[in-house]
Design a protein around this ligand. Structure first.
Ligand SMILES: C[S@@+](CC[C@H](N)C(=O)[O-])C[C@H]1O[C@@H](n2cnc3c(N)ncnc32)[C@H](O)[C@@H]1O
Length: 205
């Protein structure tokens, strides 16, 4: 799995997650971000072109070296200062209350200890700071959930630990956030993979 995981998968994700439709969803997700933002699972920087102009600095957290290299072209033409600060969402090397906003797209499915990563996002966000997210996860339909549970072991092997059954809203709330706005629906495609949750959650005091 070494070459596949380290060399091939980041390139596949860069293509599959970079479609026009996905960029529209990303643009909607980042609306309202401003100031200093931490982005976990920065990947190949597919969100960089849609950062609002009010964003001044982005602290990127990403473990995949190839994805970080693929991001360089996008970073080079962005007016935003982007600094790669760490490898894992579970351990973000930033001070408490140091960010105005946080961003995660298609990453909470993959991070091994997602509760710890969300606790870290909460820690580095100032109280009242906003966590913007766009994630796939557990469908509310029992039949689809059954398929998600069946497929998940294969999905995890093929896509670097990507889960299909994580309840994104519940995880975010449990980490000390109040969900301010959220939409959840199926995107086009097979239902076990396409239940998407997009929202903004506010860091509680
Ligand atoms: C499906 S990709 C999404 C990438 C990017 N956020 C996007 O929207 O295109 C999941 C990303 O999570 C990253 N990742 C895996 N484990 C992680 C961890 N512990 N902390 C932060 N990111 C992680 C992967 O390297 C990969 O770039």
């Amino acid at each position: 799995m070494g070459v596949y995981r380290e060399q091939v998968l980041p390139r596949v994700i860069n293509k599959v997650c970079g479609t026009k439709e996905m960029q529209v969803m990303r643009a909607k997700t980042v609306q309202g971000l401003h100031g200093t933002v931490v982005e976990i699972g920065f990947g190949s920087g597919l969100n960089v072109p849609v950062y609002p102009q009010e964003v001044t600095t982005v602290y990127a957290v990403e473990p995949a070296t190839v994805a970080t290299k693929l991001a360089q072209q996008r970073i080079a033409v962005s007016p935003v200062r982007i600094e790669h600060v760490g490898l894992e969402g579970e351990s973000i090397p930033l001070a408490d209350d140091s960010c105005d906003g946080a961003l995660s797209t298609f990453t909470l499915c993959t991070i091994p200890d997602v509760q710890q990563a969300l606790a870290e996002v909460r820690r580095v966000l100032r109280p009242g700071g906003a966590f913007h997210f766009l994630e796939h996860g557990r469908s509310p339909d029992a039949k689809v959930q059954t398929w998600q549970r069946r497929i998940e072991p294969i999905q995890k092997r093929l896509f670097d630990g990507c889960h299909l059954t994580r309840d994104i809203a519940a995880l975010v709330e449990a980490a000390g956030f109040r969900i301010e706005r959220m939409t959840a629906e199926y995107a086009p495609g097979p239902k076990p993979f396409s239940w998407h949750t997009q929202g903004v959650a506010i860091a509680l005091d």
